[in-house]
Design a protein around this ligand. Sequence first.
Ligand SMILES: C[S@@+](CC[C@H](N)C(=O)[O-])C[C@H]1O[C@@H](n2cnc3c(N)ncnc32)[C@H](O)[C@@H]1O
Length: 264
Amino acid sequence: MIHDPNDAGLPDEPTASDDTSAGASTSPVEGTSDDASEHVLYRRRIRSFVTRAGRVSTGQRRALDDLGPRFVLSYAGEPANWDAVFGRQAPRVLEIGFGMGATTAEIAAQRAGDDFIGVEVHEPGVGALLKLMDEQQLSNIRILQHDAVEVLEHMIEPGTLDGVHIFFPDPWHKARHHKRRLIQPPFVALLASRLKPGAYLHCATDWQNYAEQMLEVLSAEPTLENTADGYAPRPDYRPVTKFERRGLRLGHGVWDLVFKRRID
Ligand SMILES: C[S@@+](CC[C@H](N)C(=O)[O-])C[C@H]1O[C@@H](n2cnc3c(N)ncnc32)[C@H](O)[C@@H]1O
């Protein structure tokens, strides 16, 4: 694997023994008629991450304290008024799992006319992105430190996003953990529902087996269409990370996938 989150200050890929580990959460669903007592049933949701304690550096802590109140939003189980949050009406892109935020900051600097909602569960990553925003005086990013699945379900209204970025999501190498991968049919259907017609979904991975899964799952989603014949050339706005450059030098691959929501 080329992408080494550890080098970026992220912990190793999370480990999990099975879907009853800390990576699963419960959410209520309606009771069924089979349930004589009509209790609310709890369905286990398998998460794409496990919560890990990470060391927050002094600089990250300062950024969290100083800039967090302005740029980090609290999770709310209801749609946000994003125009009010950003203080303007602009194309809006959601990024899931921004890690330490280097790519996010670079894209936001290049695309100053667009607004970016970055979602990441890892606190040092949130601090790192805030620090970059401060250094580069970026004001077109807002951050949520929360599970992106719940953010999409509850805080983003259908048909409102202009783009979604998912760069190098955790590959969950072991076959028995593949169920934790983000790119699965129900999640892709949810993602697609949040895009405006014609809006794009851009995924990238350096793990071939996951690239193949992405291509299969995205191609099977009826509301999406591929912009390329298979994998896409890397769009110019996505910078080549140092891990990627190192991997490419070693002859490893990186796969970009760019799909659009159909205009029916
Ligand atoms: C392998 S890292 C890649 C980080 C970054 N995109 C990059 O290219 O360096 C994947 C990141 O996704 C985050 N993540 C995984 N599942 C998530 C979820 N459901 N919601 C928010 N963040 C998530 C993890 O915490 C991790 O930082």
